[in-house]
Design a protein around this ligand. Structure first.
Ligand code: SAM
Ligand code: SF4
Length: 509
């Protein structure tokens, strides 16, 4: 078929993704880029020549997982496999990764993904070069290639091989002669300098029913606990024209649900000055063939009433807003440098509650931030009652490198953080039991996302982002990606269950 890149059967890669939806979507773009470069994606590390991890460093646990994974598969280096670390841990740890995991050849933060094609070529060429020089001198086999913008020539990353070997921990270097090509080191580390977004026409969309579009990358908020501004660079928005063009392409591919992504979508600033975030949201919702538009994540500071007005005006915009609060205490919010008070947050909740449609509200909460007292925590608990969230994502505070909160004393013992987390989750469970119950007996539209063989149930998602599993007669056999009307017959703390009524009235793309 024309337009499909020739695939070299020798060039295979395996990619594992950790972390948030932004990472999941970045991986779709990375996969597309690799396929375009002639690589073939495989299902297991054993089958792959190049093993990539797209990493998350939001909490220490997430970061450690990556190093465990690298250690688990280190033995495969002897088979000539190459390892690459992408994403937030790559940006945060940079060349230190080579010290901790000397079998890694490629370290690339998300702000440098633009340079990936060039870096892949460098990796392939350097392997050959290394193998060639290996025979002459073991010293020169320590190749280092850097794609930092300060060393970038116009039109792509420059390539230089540094004569000075990178230090290898004693236990790794020993007297063993390094494998040819194994110590090639390629870095793409861009620390808050890039103005570019990772736009590629080669996105490999792996979610069969929801297409993601990044509208803004990076973050300028610098919340006291958060590594994102350090790992994902400064805020940079795509033009509304390019977002809308991608939305139209997505419809042509057969998708009817789009999720707009950004660490802070409400900070969106159209470089062409044509559309605000709310206007862009409405325009995407009006693209012919679109049935559902979601967006995440919203920051309360920039969440304007115009977003609620857009939801009111454009029926395809989903009845769901994820608005992370982090704490119910203004004192803690101030220490977190969140730039809003509890009252200001609640004002935004009031706008949503006054909307024409019932908007489902979800949030993120951190417990055990330095200095959080029992009274502060009690304020978070009563905020849950006051708002009535449909879901919350809960985190124990995890100290992160470079963040301002590191200067604060993290005095709360781990057990106390765990206790608060449990209390919070138990309270939310009760709230959800009561909230989900009220849907029993109602008819709700779902998008069909799959089928659970074990339970003999279809998996549906409501516009409010609730899971609604349902049974259907064999004659109905709903298709994944289609829409159906379902009668809710039971409720659980995290989901609903029901029975198929009919295919949705709307034509399905
Ligand atoms: N941009 C979003 C916002 O402003 O809320 C959040 C993005 S962050 C990837 C997702 C969530 O991770 C945050 O909302 C926060 O609850 C949690 N998180 C971030 N840093 C954390 C830390 N150091 N410890 C615990 N949780 C953290
Ligand atoms: Fe992190 Fe705050 Fe930026 Fe969200 S807004 S990504 S929590 S710094």
């Amino acid at each position: 078929m024309s337009g499909v890149p020739q695939q070299d059967p020798q060039k295979t890669f395996y990619l594992e993704t950790f972390g948030c939806q932004m990472n999941v979507h970045d991986s779709e773009k990375v996969v597309g880029t690799l396929v375009q470069q002639g690589y073939r994606q495989v299902e297991t590390v054993e089958q792959a020549d190049l093993i990539l991890y797209n990493t998350c460093s939001i909490r220490d646990k997430a970061e450690q997982k990556v190093f465990h994974r690298l250690a688990d598969y280190k033995k495969l280096q002897a088979q000539g496999k190459k390892f690459g670390v992408l994403g937030c841990v790559a940006q945060q740890e940079g060349e230190k990764i080579f010290e901790r995991a000397p079998h890694v050849s490629l370290v690339c933060g998300s702000a440098s993904y633009q340079n990936l094609p060039g870096m892949l070529v460098q990796l392939e060429n350097a392997q050959v070069e290394s193998a060639q020089v290996e025979g002459k001198s073991s010293k020169s086999s320590f190749g280092r290639i850097d794609s930092h913008p300060s060393k970038t020539t116009k039109g792509g990353a420059s390539s230089f091989v540094d004569d000075a070997p990178i230090s290898i921990p004693a236990e790794e270097s020993g007297s063993r002669k390094p494998d040819a090509g194994s110590l090639v080191r390629i870095t793409g580390l861009d620390d808050r300098q890039t103005d570019k977004c990772f736009e590629t026409e080669f996105t490999a969309r792996t979610n069969p029913h929801r297409a993601y579009i990044t509208i803004i990358e990076g973050c300028d908020k610098f919340c006291a606990y958060c590594v994102v501004p350090f790992t994902r660079g400064k805020e940079r928005s795509r033009t509304s024209a390019s977002v809308l063009a991608e939305a139209r392409q997505i419809v042509d591919l057969g998708y009817s649900e789009i999720q707009l992504l950004g660490q802070n979508v409400n900070s969106y600033r159209d470089p062409d000055g044509k559309k605000s975030f709310a206007e862009l949201l409405a325009a995407v919702g009006e693209v012919a063939g679109i049935k559902r538009v979601r967006f995440t994540t919203s920051h309360p500071r920039d969440f304007g009433r115009d977003i609620v007005c857009a939801i009111d005006a454009v029926p395809t915009l989903c009845d769901h807003v994820h608005l992370p609060v982090q704490s119910g205490s203004t004192r803690v919010l101030d220490a977190m440098q969140r730039l809003y008070t509890r009252e200001r947050y609640l004002e935004r909740i009031a706008w949503m509650k006054a909307a024409k449609r019932e908007i489902s509200i979800t949030t993120d909460v951190i417990v055990g931030f330095p200095g959080e007292t029992e009274e502060d925590f009690a304020e978070t608990l009563n905020l849950l009652d006051e708002v009535g969230y449909d879901a919350i994502f809960t985190f124990k505070y995890s100290p992160r490198p470079n963040t301002p909160a590191l200067q604060l004393e993290d005095a709360l013992p781990e057990e106390e953080k765990s206790r608060r987390l449990e209390v919070l989750m138990a309270k939310q469970r009760d709230i959800q039991i009561a909230r989900y119950k009220k849907y029993v007996g109602t008819a709700v539209e779902v998008m069909v996302e799959g089928y659970n063989e074990q339970r003999a149930q279809w998996i549906g998602r409501t516009t409010q982002n609730k899971t609604l599993n349902f049974t259907a007669p064999e004659t109905a056999s709903p298709k994944v990606g289609s829409y159906a009307q379902v009668l809710v017959t039971r409720s659980f703390p995290n989901s609903l269950a029901g029975e198929w009524i009919s295919a949705a009235a709307h034509p399905v793309v």
